[in-house]
Ligand binder design. Structure first.
Ligand code: PLP
Length: 403
């Protein structure tokens, strides 16, 4: 859905229409120059051959160092790290290593997933043979699944608890104590009803946090460290979506065995990522703090602008974004109304189609994010404040004209 709306907006722009796109899930900044230079130098030097499947040892070591120092993941060495073609690919490989395809007559293993959640989680879990068990959240609960809700969702068939903080599409973050309480639930469940339970923690928006809630890695909690797989990548933090660099981090001996299994599978799927991009990884992780901070501050200002603009529109329910770069207003108060052109709006998809066709605004409909997502629109604010203000003017005018 996200890519479909982004592509439609792009096609309309190519046809000369003044479409304002808020659909893309990628930073509008360029990759830092030092990162580009590192890859260019490696290419010029002839680093163009096959590499070890899970990645160049220096790049894996740099990631292990980052996960140890910044995220406090214990016992994390280069052997606890896999590098693959983007966070999505790492998630695909990790889920295939975690989940079994059910035998005939057998129930699938379960992936406990707080929703609304990123559109790719459920299809990826299902491709790997799992069944998603949704844990519903709403703006009223700050889009946070409570430890009690998670405890109730865990069964003997639970294999994965999939967490995402900061969150796409909700724009929210789990505070450290909340994650510690969830870790306690996981530890307790693992010692009783769900011995194989693993936490898959997607932290790809880690660097884009701006409301004073510190980012916290659940994999740093000693009791669950050796049952936590931390997913991250360079796409969002370093404006490198097109490079396709994602990574997985784990802890201790359990983690090393898990990463080796990922290597076995990845060796039959894609092998290494593009060889001359590896030297860019340590450079991004070690030399780009100032650039990351500049981008974070820009996202913080944009969040302030869009949060205020949405709060001023009557009928919308919004929970202010605190991380990532998405606003996710509940637009259901407008369902049942019609546009001046006569289009009846009964769903979020109707809304997104009418906004694109009649107001030249590309938002993403919320249905595919699961749970209450069907009442929401996702608005990516990875664009200038000027575009945000113009877009919000159009959005407010569109809503005011509904009858
Ligand atoms: N996880 C989340 C929550 C995302 O929103 C995305 C991309 O939109 C990814 C993972 C995957 O990112 P990539 O494959 O570009 O590294």
């Amino acid at each position: 859905m996200t890519i479909a709306f982004m592509n439609r907006a792009k096609a309309m722009q190519r046809a000369g229409k003044d479409v304002l796109s808020f659909a893309a899930g990628e930073p509008d900044f360029d990759t830092p120059q030092v990162v580009k230079d590192a890859a260019t130098r490696a290419l010029a030097a002839g680093m163009t051959k096959y590499m070890p499947t899970l990645g160049d040892p220096d790049a894996r070591a740099a990631i292990a160092q980052k996960l140890s120092a910044d995220n406090q993941i214990p016992n994390c060495t280069a052997d606890n790290v896999a590098i693959g073609a983007g966070g999505k690919h790492q998630l695909y490989v990790a889920l295939h290593c975690l989940l079994d395809h059910p035998l005939p007559g057998e129930a699938p293993q379960e992936v406990v997933l707080p929703v609304p959640a990123w559109v790719s989680y459920a299809p990826l879990a299902e491709l790997a043979g799992g069944r998603v068990v949704e844990v519903p959240t709403t703006s009223a609960s700050g889009f946070l699944a409570t430890p009690e809700q998670i405890e109730r969702a865990i069964t003997p068939r639970s294999r994965v608890l999939l967490l995402n903080s900061p969150s796409n599409p909700c724009g929210t973050m789990y505070p450290p104590d909340h994650l510690r309480a969830i870790a306690k639930v996981v530890d307790c469940a693992a010692r009783t009803i769900a011995p194989d339970l693993v936490v898959l923690s997607d932290e790809i928006y880690e660097k884009i946090a701006y409301a004073g809630i510190p980012h916290f890695s659940i994999g740093s909690v000693p009791e669950v460290a050796e049952r936590t797989v931390t997913l991250n990548g360079l796409s969002k933090a370093y404006a490198m979506t097109g490079w396709r660099i994602g990574y997985t981090g784990t802890s201790g001996e359990w983690g090393r065995r898990f990463i080796a299994a990922m290597g076995t599978l990845q060796g039959q799927i894609s092998t290494n990522i593009t060889s001359f991009t590896y030297p860019a990884i340590p450079v991004a992780l070690r030399e780009c703090a100032a650039e990351v901070e500049r981008m974070r501050l820009a996202f913080a200002n944009r969040a302030k602008v869009i949060n205020a603009r949405l709060a001023a529109i009557p009928g919308l329910k919004t929970y202010p974004a605190t991380g990532a770069f998405y606003a996710f207003p509940d637009v259901s108060a407008y369902f049942g109304k019609a546009t001046p052109a006569g289009t009846r709006i009964n769903t979020s998809l109707d809304f997104a189609n009418a906004l694109l066709d009649e107001a030249l605004l590309a938002f993403v409909p919320g249905e595919d994010f699961g749970g209450c997502g069907g009442n929401h629109l996702r608005i990516s604010f990875a664009c200038s404040e000027d575009q945000i203000n113009k877009g919000m003017d159009r959005f407010a005018a569109f809503l005011a004209a509904l009858r």
